[in-house]
Design a protein around this ligand. Structure first.
Ligand code: PLP
Length: 286
């Protein structure tokens, strides 16, 4: 069966037939978590890391993992095989399930488990070459941004602000410190050192963030992980954005002002090549 088939609660169904109750706690309360996994040449990229982060998110909201890692792997592979594209973006979501509306956990409830896939939108070559522009906002999110929860309203509003300014992302500052983007992590380059925000409750531990640090260190580029002041982000030599779908991109404009020299910098170019080489060795695809 080739087409828009999704996995929902143990069944593979056409997307139109895959429905959940209006009482689902994901719909009612945003009580759930998700993951997005890029797939290159039909191979999920860094799947173990995504499954580890899923477990962290589930633990954080006290929702038992409905499947073992081997079962997740099997379902994800089946969903990938039901789609034509070689490069895909697998989305999975687990909510606490459907129960009469009440904030407290229901006594008996089965979680809702969804896995679906879409063709992967590769990063725009013009943006890779010329860089991207971002705006900024105060980070108004809750205190557990390390959990990949489906309640994304502040991220939605931040991203919309970027779109309305003709930009692609909104970067966030909390109490004068750089946290991350609405849907990405942010790096600073200053005086030939890569600065990375601390991976704590203030940001999502990005799978791409970890990989970028790993690749930089393996290539002997100095990386310092520490709080980054807003003023440092605004006077950076280079700013980068990372995410599973955008990979690594150079930010060349922040709030209408040029970042560094206003064009993608040498450290970005080096990291871009390291990232593509890594993908190539793992999946045969750049
Ligand atoms: C808030 C936020 N931070 C960071 C990221 C980047 O994470 P990853 O590299 O795992 O895609 C995302 C990805 O969607 C995100 O939503």
């Amino acid at each position: 069966m080739i087409g828009k088939t999704v996995y929902l609660n143990g069944k593979f169904l056409p997307q139109e037939e895959a429905t959940v109750s209006i009482l689902d706690r994901g719909f009612m309360l945003g009580d759930g978590v998700y993951e997005l996994i890029p797939v290159y040449r039909r191979i999920p990229f860094r799947l173990n890391e995504h499954l580890r982060r899923l477990q962290h998110s589930l633990d954080g909201i006290r929702l038992p993992n409905p499947m073992r890692d081997s079962e997740w792997r099997q379902v994800i592979t089946q969903v990938i095989n039901l789609h034509e594209s070689d490069n895909q973006s697998v989305y999975l979501q687990v909510t606490r399930g459907a129960a009469p509306r009440d904030h407290a956990f229901p006594k008996t409830v089965s979680p809702t488990v969804l896995v679906m896939s879409n063709p992967l939108n590769s990063p725009d070559p013009l943006q890779i070459e010329n860089g991207i522009c971002v705006v900024s906002s105060q980070d108004l999110r809750w205190g557990r941004c390390d959990l990949k929860t489906i309640g994304l309203l502040p991220n939605v509003l931040a991203k919309q602000k970027a779109v309305e300014a003709g930009c692609v992302e909104c970067i966030l500052f909390r109490e004068g410190v750089l946290t991350e983007g609405a849907a990405s992590n942010i790096f600073v380059v200053k005086d030939d050192v890569i600065l990375a925000p601390v991976k704590d409750h203030r940001m999502l531990p990005g799978i791409t963030y970890d990989l970028v640090i790993e690749l930089a260190r393996a290539d002997n580029i100095p990386v310092v992980v520490r709080d980054i002041a807003e003023s440092e982000a605004r006077t950076a030599d280079e700013l980068w954005l990372t995410s599973s779908s955008r990979e690594v991109q150079a930010i060349v404009e922040l709030d209408g002002l040029p970042v560094g020299s206003g064009v993608p910098g040498p450290f970005y170019r080096r990291m871009y090549t390291l990232y593509q080489n890594f993908k190539q060795t793992l999946t045969g695809q750049s």
